[in-house]
Design a protein around this ligand. Structure first.
Ligand code: SF4
Length: 465
C-alpha cells in the first residue's frame, strides 16, 4: 500500500481542472510543467465533452477550472468555456492565468462575458524587477497588474497565486502591499515543488528557517487587510497564528497521467504523532534531501485520536472563495446505487469516498464489523463481480470474523451491495480513470534529431572502437 504521505492528496473531488493545452509566453524559472510544455497535449475535445456531459447527469463537479500552460493563449479556450457554461452543470467557471493578456480590456471583457466568474492570477513578485526576472519576460508584471485592474473593474472574483522560492522569499509581505488595492478574495501561497530539478541546482528551494518567518509576516499582513489566505506545501506548524490557512487540497485534474509520475512525494518525521498529519503533507522529499527533516523546527500538535493511516486519502468537497468550504454534496447518483441496502441489514453506510479511480462505500455493522465495497472502472481483470460500468471488490473486512453472526452479517451485506449495484447500474457511469490521458496520443512528437553532421562519427561508432 502506498503511504498516504507519498501522495499529494487530499483532492477536492467536487472541483474539476481541465488542461486545455501546454503553451506559454512566459518562462517562469520554477514552472512545474516546464518539461511538459509544448510536449504534453491538452485534454482532447471528445474526452472533455464526455466529462461535462457526465457531469450534467451526475452533478459530481461544482466548479471547472481551465488551465494550461497559459490558457489565454489557446484559441479553443472559448469553445471549452462555452460548452461548460451551456451544460449548466457548474456553479463556477475559473481561469488560472498569468494575467498578461488580460491587460487588454476587450479580451478581459470577452472572458467575463463568456461566463468565467473566478480568476486565479499568478503574481510572483512585488515589483516589475522581481516578477520579470522570475517570469523571464520583461513587462510581465505591468501586464498582470493591468489585467488585475481590468478584472476588478469588471466586478469578478479575483484571487492571486504566488509560488514561494528563494527569488521572492524576502518580499512576500510586499506582494500583499502590491495587491491589496485589488481586494483579492483570496491570496494563495504555494511552496515551490521541484518537478525535475530534484537536487535544486537552480537554488529555488527556500529553507524553512527563512521562508516561514517571511510567509508568516505576509499572512499576518493579509489578515490585517481582511484578505483570506491559503498556503500549500508549507508545514502547518510553521504558520504560527495563520496555521488554519494551510490548505493542501487540489482539484481533480484532467492531465497527462505521466504528470503524476514526477510529482514530488512528501513526509514528516512526526507523521504518526501529529494531530494534523492527515492533512499536512510535511516536507517534500527533495527538500528533505537538501535541508534534512527539520526536527528542531517542526513541532507536532499532540494527537487526540489514535493514528490511523488514511488508506484512501481525505475526501474534500468544493470551496467558495471568501466563504470557506461549501457544504459537501451527497453525490446523489453514487449513493442511489446502494440506497436502502444498509438498512436491510441493520448496518450503516458510514462513508462514500469518490476518488480518481474508485468509488468506495464503507459500511459498518454490529459491534466493530466493517467492510469497504470498491467500484472501479470495468475491465476484464479479476473482480468479485462486474456491473455494467464497474468491477466490484470488497476489502478491509473488520470485526470478529470468528463470530458466526458477524461473519454471516457481513457476507449477506456484501452480496446484497453487489447485487444491488449490478441491478441499478445503468451503464456508462464514469470514474476518473477513464478521463486520464495515457499513451502516445497524449504527447506531441519530440522534434527528430537531425543526426550527426557529416564528418562527425556517431557516439556508438566511437564507443565501438
Ligand atoms: S509536525 Fe509534521 S505533520 Fe505536524 S504540522 Fe508539523 S509538518 Fe505537519
Amino acid at each position: 500500500m502506498e503511504s498516504y504521505k507519498g501522495r499529494f492528496e487530499p483532492t477536492r473531488f467536487e472541483d474539476l481542472t481541465v488542461t486545455v493545452d501546454f503553451h506559454c509566453h512566459s518562462a517562469c524559472r520554477f514552472c512545474i510543467v516546464q518539461e511538459g510544455m509544448n510536449y504534453f497535449k491538452g485534454v482532447p475535445w471528445e474526452l472533455y465533452t464526455a466529462a461535462v456531459d457526465d457531469n450534467r447527469a451526475s452533478q459530481r463537479y461544482r466548479r471547472v477550472t481551465f488551465t494550461g500552460g497559459e490558457v489565454t493563449l489557446e484559441s479553443r479556450l472559448f469553445d471549452y468555456v462555452n460548452y461548460a457554461r451551456e451544460s449548466g452543470s457548474f456553479e463556477h467557471i475559473r481561469l488560472q492565468t498569468n494575467g498578461r493578456l488580460l491587460a487588454n480590456m476587450e479580451f478581459a471583457k470577452k472572458l467575463v462575458d463568456s461566463g468565467i466568474d473566478e480568476y486565479f492570477v499568478s503574481l510572483h513578485g512585488h515589483d516589475a524587477k522581481t516578477q520579470d526576472y522570475i517570469s523571464q519576460r520583461e513587462g510581465s508584471f505591468d501586464e498582470a497588474i493591468a489585467g488585475l485592474e481590468n478584472l476588478v473593474s469588471l466586478g469578478v472574483c479575483v484571487m492571486t497565486n504566488t509560488v514561494l522560492t528563494t527569488l521572492n522569499q524576502p518580499h512576500l509581505a510586499d506582494i500583499v502591499e502590491t495587491v491589496r488595492r485589488f481586494a483579492p478574495t483570496r491570496m494563495e501561497w504555494w511552496n515551490y515543488l521541484p518537478m525535475e530539478d530534484y537536487t535544486d541546482e537552480r537554488e529555488l528551494l527556500s529553507p524553512m528557517d527563512k521562508l516561514a518567518p517571511s510567509l508568516r509576516e505576509a499572512l499576518a499582513r493579509a489578515r490585517g487587510y481582511g484578505i483570506e489566505t491559503a498556503v500549500k506545501y508549507v508545514p502547518r506548524c510553521l504558520l504560527g497564528d495563520d496555521a488554519a490557512s494551510q490548505d493542501n487540497t487540489q482539484p481533480d485534474v484532467v492531465i497527462v497521467e505521466e504528470f503524476y509520475d514526477i510529482y514530488p512525494k512528501f513526509a514528516c518525521a512526526y507523521e504518526a504523532k501529529c494531530e494534523y498529519a492527515e492533512s499536512c503533507l510535511g516536507l517534500h522529499h527533495p527538500y528533505i534531501t537538501k535541508y534534512g527533516w527539520e526536527e528542531q523546527l517542526l513541532t507536532p500538535y499532540p494527537r487526540t485520536t489514535e493514528w490511523d493511516e488514511p488508506e484512501y486519502g481525505l475526501w474534500v468537497g468544493s470551496d467558495r472563495p471568501g466563504q470557506a468550504d461549501a457544504v459537501a454534496t451527497d453525490q446523489p447518483r453514487w449513493t442511489a446505487l446502494i440506497d436502502g441496502v444498509a438498512e436491510r441489514h441493520g448496518a450503516q453506510l458510514s462513508e462514500v469516498i469518490l476518488q480518481r479511480r474508485a468509488c468506495v462505500y464503507r459500511f459498518e455493522i454490529g459491534a466493530g464489523g466493517r467492510v469497504d465495497i470498491l467500484l472501479s472502472a470495468r475491465t476484464q481483470e479479476h473482480a468479485l463481480a462486474r456491473s455494467a460500468s464497474f468491477n466490484l471488490h470488497y476489502r478491509n473486512l473488520r470485526g470478529d470474523l470468528g463470530d458466526e453472526a458477524i461473519r454471516e452479517g457481513l457476507t449477506a451485506l456484501v452480496k446484497d451491495v453487489v447485487n444491488t449495484v449490478i441491478e441499478r447500474d445503468p451503464g456508462g457511469m464514469r470514474l476518473d480513470q477513464r478521463k486520464g490521458m495515457v499513451g502516445p496520443e497524449a504527447f506531441r512528437p519530440r522534434p527528430k534529431s537531425k543526426g550527426p553532421k557529416a564528418g562527425v562519427k556517431s557516439l556508438r561508432v566511437l564507443n565501438a572502437k
